[in-house]
Design a protein around this ligand. Structure first.
Ligand SMILES: Nc1ncnc2c1ncn2[C@@H]1O[C@H](COP(=O)(O)OP(=O)(O)OP(=O)(O)O)[C@@H](O)[C@H]1O
Ligand SMILES: [Mg+2]
Length: 485
């Protein structure tokens, strides 16, 4: 099964998918100047692949912590823990396959590098039985794999660089797939950049970065000039997981927002006259009774044992909603299915893609675990597309049982007819059935009906005026007669 992640649209408005399995094998490098939309792109990738693959984000700015609400990532605020604790979390998250955001916000560069090194190395060194596939997203990767020595100590630089090199060069066998983003390609260590086979290049101004980008893309400098004119949010994409030829992709929308957005100009305050403004600026500090209170407004750190417990809890495996009353869960699922089929674009998307949408919407409705797996969702989608939402209704559970022996892709057509039959409505036309069956060939529809008839689930009857009615004998329901063509 290929799982693809819809990243956005190409120049002609077609969707641009990334093949997730191929990405796991071939890694990704994203580059673009500040504000070109790299973090937005990473967020799109993370949101759209959440639930399909474990995700670990190394997040220097604390931008991605907002994934925890909608997608259930465990957030680790690195500044609250020791290096050893951070390494322990890394080992545990591999064992439990937890999706995690390691926020390095507020640490000095050296601390960020130390922490990333400890974290990545422990993930890399996890025991073989925990080598599950995971996307490891590193934003601002030039911080952790700098091309040149900086102001940090040589020991820290080496540790961080070697962890990044391991991730990109030797991670694949261990299930780790590096997805790295950088503002400045020229500042990123060459061997780290060179290990990615997929590229998404955003707007780039400096010649030196452009030259590096051209090298990686295998383009001549003149061709690569196009990168200079790219709009924010538009990237030139190339690589086995995206496209064998360079294509431009406009990255689509995201569900969650970055904690830090772009600054927007707002009108300056005009109401305060200059002399009052001076008073405001020179006003003395308010006196605080409790010493220390005003200075440390950070929330208390989560104790390490609690983090470990969270990592264990986010195991993605049993997808059952035991915590909630089944009727309530059923009502939420029905609502979510209505919302999904109401979205016009959804008609064209395959169930595996809509399943992600389903998972997100369930979480938004406060169902911590989606109540259906992909197979269950696919059946439910067939029902919804046939206009059947309320599966608490026993007649529909019986109808689904009756249809149990049919291949999944025929279920929608069966249910469309079943609904008309139950309601005594006119028999759906071949064209209507073709739509649910995802075909434009009326010949295929006739073969489909023939197949269901052979299974004795349908009995078709054509009256003297040429109108067709269909009976479902095992349910005792019959449609009204109507034109088939
Ligand atoms: N495809 C897009 N659609 C809509 N908005 C976008 C898109 N790409 C980026 N933006 C917006 O543009 C702004 C800058 O994007 P983003 O933060 O992703 O840039 P960046 O390349 O990560 O910059 P930096 O290197 O400074 O972190 C953000 O407010 C983001 O929401
Ligand atoms: Mg960014």
């Amino acid at each position: 099964m290929t799982v693809s992640v819809d990243m956005g649209s190409d120049e002609r408005g077609g969707s641009v998918p990334i093949d997730l399995e191929e990405l796991l094998a071939t890694r990704l490098l994203v580059q673009g100047n500040s504000g070109s939309g790299k973090s937005h792109l990473l967020r799109r990738l993370l949101e759209r692949s959440a639930g399909q693959v474990q995700q670990v984000v190394i997040d220097p700015e604390g931008d991605f912590v907002t994934l925890s609400g909608a997608y259930g990532h465990v957030v680790i605020e690195a500044g609250d823990y020791s290096e050893r604790e951070i390494a322990r979390f890394a080992t545990r998250l591999r064992e439990h396959r937890a999706s995690v955001v390691l926020s390095l916000e507020g640490l000095e560069v050296e601390g960020q590098m130390r922490c990333a090194a400890a974290f990545l190395s422990a993930m890399f060194d996890a025991p073989r039985e925990h080598w599950y596939p995971a996307l490891v997203v590193v934003d601002e990767a030039q911080l952790f794999a700098p091309a040149a020595a900086g102001e940090v100590t040589e020991e820290v630089r080496r540790a961080s660089l070697s962890a990044m090199t391991n991730l990109m060069c030797r991670g694949r066998k261990r299930g780790l797939a590096g997805v790295i983003a950088t503002q400045r390609l020229a500042k990123l260590a060459k061997n780290v950049a060179a290990e990615a086979s997929n590229f998404l290049m955003g707007r780039t101004f400096l010649d030196i970065d452009m030259a590096r980008a051209a090298d990686l893309l295998g383009m001549d400098r003149r061709q690569a000039e196009t990168i200079r004119d790219l709009q924010r949010g538009t990237f030139l994409a190339l690589g086995p997981a995206v496209s064998r030829r360079p294509i431009t992709v406009r990255i689509g929308a995201v569900e969650t927002s970055a904690r830090s957005g772009s600054p927007k100009l707002t009108p300056l305050p005009t109401a305060t006259p200059p002399e009052d403004m001076k008073d405001l600026l020179f006003a003395p500090e308010p006196v605080v009774d409790q010493p220390g209170f005003a200075f440390d407004s950070r929330p208390m750190a989560v104790p390490p044992d609690r983090v470990i417990a969270q990592l264990g809890r986010s195991v993605p495996e049993p997808l059952t909603a035991t915590e909630r009353d089944p009727q309530e869960v059923e009502a939420i699922v029905a609502e979510v299915m209505r919302a999904i089929v109401a979205d016009a674009e959804a008609a064209l998307r395959p169930p595996s893609v809509l399943f992600q949408d389903f998972q997100v919407r369930c979480r938004m409705a406060d169902l911590a675990r989606p109540p259906l797996d992909l197979a269950g969702f696919t059946r439910r989608l067939s029902c919804a597309r046939a206009g059947i939402f309320d599966l608490a209704d026993e007649a529909w559970t019986t109808a689904l049982d009756v249809a149990g022996g049919l291949p999944d892709d025929m279920l929608g057509a069966f249910l469309l007819v079943a609904r008309a039959a139950r309601e005594g409505a006119p028999c759906p036309s071949d064209a209507q059935i073709a739509e649910t069956y995802g075909t434009s060939s009326l010949g295929r529809v006739r073969r489909l009906i023939g197949y269901i008839e052979q299974r004795e689930l349908f009995v078709c009857r054509t009256d003297l005026t040429g109108k067709r009615s269909i009976t479902i004998p095992r349910l005792g329901w019959t449609t009204q007669a109507a034109e088939a063509a």
